[in-house]
Ligand binder design. Structure first.
Ligand SMILES: Cc1ncc(COP(=O)(O)O)c(C=O)c1O
Length: 484
């Protein structure tokens, strides 16, 4: 690539000058810095993406997202920004800094969310017919990964918090029991924390896995902040997991779809296998915007300012939890071991879905999710104390009102123990038919039916459909089952 665009000619010296003037105190973020240089010294481009820094795009869209964003919307390989597969240049440097920040041996940036990270781990760590032990509350991407690999799933069912209709922690003793009874299990894969913030004893589970020579993967998608404030639970990378997945885009301040996959310092896994799996499953055109947002999120969390934001998120959560206790009819989930920034709550007389509706329509509040029982509110690094004060005032008002019952389809979370009769992959690829859901009880599902968010499976290929599943299938007229 040669030739600078005439009107945008800027000398490198002046870029450096402006850059350091403006960002003297910016924590080191090599990819963000490379992108800044890329933006300030544009080349004449004859490459993908064809919109060419926003010139070939619908003007209304350009106005909507801002021409600055479009001017740096590029993929790897160009303009000395580095490549993702294999990692090189500024991207590699950013990954190394992330590994140091999170306490990993190696960290991979992923632009397809934790979904791709989980698929890659399943692909790299399991082979057809391998026996694996999975927490039933896993995200459906773990199961998609196992459909690809053909590994055989054994379930460990987390504690059921029936009053809240959610899964709680996974008991270490249950993991031990499963490993003791099936010595072929070579991999344990758990989700920690749960979507609602409940934390398992990962240290104990990791010790048990070591004793039984099983690897441990922890899907810590919802716990990516933990290494940056000691008030949080300890991270699985510290507690002995072999690999850990973090959705930096969920709570870490990165842009949507940006995640990290970490290999721990003493991991059993071979880096090469994971590198290879990621390369096969990942897009070949990773968005530099998303990759840079991972570098920025890491740098922010390590910076003084970022630490302050995190401290505020914790303080705001504590403030809310304290004030909530004073409000009649309002109940907040408060398990012993919890990520307190995840606030799962309910109000007497209202389903979670009704409460979500009221918050949205009467108070213009958007929450993370609603279930039959309650709603999930996140105290994020981007929230202010004023927002939490407003929220508390809203709940004070809501708790005093009488609401008429509305006809809203509730999202029921049936905590049903699965009855597995076929291997996941075998069932997924078996001949199928669509039948009326009312005739489906007793048949073998070939569908993944999952509650989204958070993507926890209600019914999987190879499992018997029970009458308890039917209320959840309210949006289905027909369901796909294995042909008899
Ligand atoms: C525990 C868990 N793992 C993985 C994922 C997938 O994450 P992503 O949306 O980043 O692909 C989710 C999504 O909600 C999740 O809750």
């Amino acid at each position: 690539m040669t030739g600078m665009v005439e009107n945008n000619k800027i000398s490198f010296a002046s870029i450096k000058e402006n850059f350091f003037e403006k960002f003297e105190k910016m924590p080191h973020a090599p990819l963000v810095e490379a992108m800044l240089n890329y933006k300030k010294a544009p080349m004449t481009g004859f490459h993908i993406p064809g919109h060419n820094r926003g010139c070939g795009i619908l003007p209304e869209f350009s106005n909507l997202v801002g021409s600055d964003v479009l001017s740096i919307d590029t993929t790897d390989e160009f303009d000395n920004l580095g490549t993702l597969h294999p990692a090189s240049g500024a991207i590699e440097k950013a990954q190394i800094l992330a590994a140091q920040a999170f306490g990993a041996r190696k960290t991979y940036f992923v632009t397809g969310g934790s979904t791709i990270a989980n698929l890659a781990l399943a692909f790299a760590a399991t082979s057809p017919f391998d026996e694996v032990l999975i927490g039933r509350n896993c995200h459906r991407s773990v199961l998609t990964g196992l459909i690809i690999s053909g590994a055989k799933v054994n379930w460990v069912i987390p504690k059921k918090l029936s009053d809240w209709a959610i899964f709680g922690n996974i008991e270490a003793s249950d993991v031990e029991e499963k490993l003791k009874n099936n010595r072929n299990i070579k991999l344990v894969w758990i989700t920690n924390p749960t979507y609602e913030g409940v934390v398992s004893d990962v240290k104990k589970i990791a010790e048990i896995c070591k004793r039984y020579k099983a690897a441990l993967i922890v899907d810590e998608a919802h716990g990516c902040l933990w290494n940056f404030n000691s008030k949080f639970p300890k991270t699985a990378l510290e507690l002995g997991a072999d690999a850990v997945v973090h959705s930096l885009h969920k709570t870490g301040g990165a842009m949507t779809q940006s995640s990290m996959l970490h290999i721990s310092k003493n991991s059993k896994f071979e880096d090469e296998k994971i590198t290879h799996a990621l390369k096969l499953l990942h897009t070949t055109s990773p968005s530099l915007l998303l990759l840079a947002s991972l570098d920025a999120a890491r740098a922010n969390l390590q910076s003084q300012n970022g630490r302050k934001m995190l401290e505020n998120a914790i303080e705001n959560a504590l403030y809310f939890r304290l004030e909530a206790k004073k409000i009649e009819k309002l109940h907040v989930l408060s398990e012993d071991n919890l990520d307190i920034t995840k606030i799962f709550l309910k109000v007497d007389g209202l389903s979670g879905v009704e409460l979500e509706y009221i918050l949205e329509h009467d108070y213009k509040i958007e929450i993370e999710s609603a279930s039959d029982e309650g709603v999930l509110i996140l105290s994020n690094i981007g929230n202010t104390r004023a927002e939490f004060e407003y929220l508390i005032n809203c709940f004070k008002e809501i708790s005093k009102k009488e609401y008429p019952k509305k006809q809203i389809n509730n999202k029921i979370m049936p905590l049903i123990d699965p009855e597995i009769v076929m291997n996941l992959r075998e069932a997924y690829f078996a001949p199928k038919e669509y039948i009326d859901k009312n005739n489906a009880v007793g048949r073998i599902s070939s569908e993944v039916v999952a509650l989204c968010p958070p993507g926890i499976s209600i019914l999987l290929p190879g499992e018997i459909i029970k009458k308890e599943h039917l209320p959840y299938l309210f949006s289905y007229e027909k369901i796909e089952v294995i042909r008899e």
